[in-house]
Design a protein around this ligand. Structure first.
Ligand code: ADE
Length: 225
């Protein structure tokens, strides 16, 4: 999958794209990410990309021209164009799985008070929010979206199995994990995990998932079919 990111703060993505699983996915060619600085499409001697909002009010709004020019240059007929915004579609595992099937994405990150609405109306296919809070700009939201959908790309996770039992796959949170040593500072791990009895371990894990979900996120159980 090819992802273009359009942002005023490309350096915010440097560490994200070089480290850990995303870094590995890029190296292995499972995904390809190109980061573009919106300022490269600004005109005039001050490289201006934002201006005061019509109608008054605080903050600055990204001007339509650099955004139109950049998106029109970067998009291809295959591109699904996404604007990251707090009033977009909530990011869920289902949405991430659907987006992971697209051939090409263009993620547009706004800042401060937002972008000229003519861009949203004419050049954006979908708007996505990563949660009910407001970030200073959409660049971290673009990183969250890339991270979340990458896990659904074929070959991205070493063991395909790691997707099967995790939180939110089936409205249940994940079970607790332990590793060596079996007793640490007088704290033993649950005995069943040392039993070698896989059926009992599975039963225990399922019970823990249900218990955790009841305690921490009862809303997930109410939503289940
Ligand atoms: N930009 C600012 N806040 C955001 C959010 N919660 N989700 C996506 N993009 C954003």
């Amino acid at each position: 999958m090819k992802i273009d990111v359009l942002t005023l703060f490309p350096q915010m993505l440097d560490g994200f794209l070089s480290e850990s699983m995303i870094g590995r996915g890029l190296k292995h060619g499972i995904l390809d990410v190109a980061v573009h600085n919106l300022r490269d499409w600004s005109k005039g001697k001050h490289n201006q990309v934002d201006d005061r909002p019509f109608g008054g009010g605080a903050g600055m709004v990204l001007m339509p021209e650099p955004l139109f020019d950049a998106i029109e240059e970067l998009q291809t007929p295959q591109t699904h164009r996404i604007y990251l915004a707090p009033d977009g579609d909530p990011l869920t595992p289902d949405l991430a799985r659907d987006l992971a099937k697209k051939e090409r994405l263009l993620l547009v990150s706004g800042h401060y008070e937002g972008i000229d609405d003519r861009v949203r109306e004419n050049l954006i296919d979908q708007e996505v929010s990563i949660g009910d809070y407001v970030l200073t700009n959409g660049t971290l939201a673009a990183a969250v979206l890339i991270d979340c959908l990458s896990r659904f790309l074929p070959g991205f996770l070493g063991e395909e199995k790691s997707l099967t039992n995790e939180s939110f796959q089936d409205n249940l949170l994940d079970f607790p994990q332990f590793t060596r040593p079996a007793v640490f500072r007088n704290m033993p791990i649950p005995e069943v995990l040392l039993s070698g009895n896989h059926a009992e371990i599975e039963k225990w894990r399922q019970r823990e998932r249900e218990e955790r979900t009841r305690k921490r996120r009862p809303d997930l159980l109410e939503d289940s079919p």
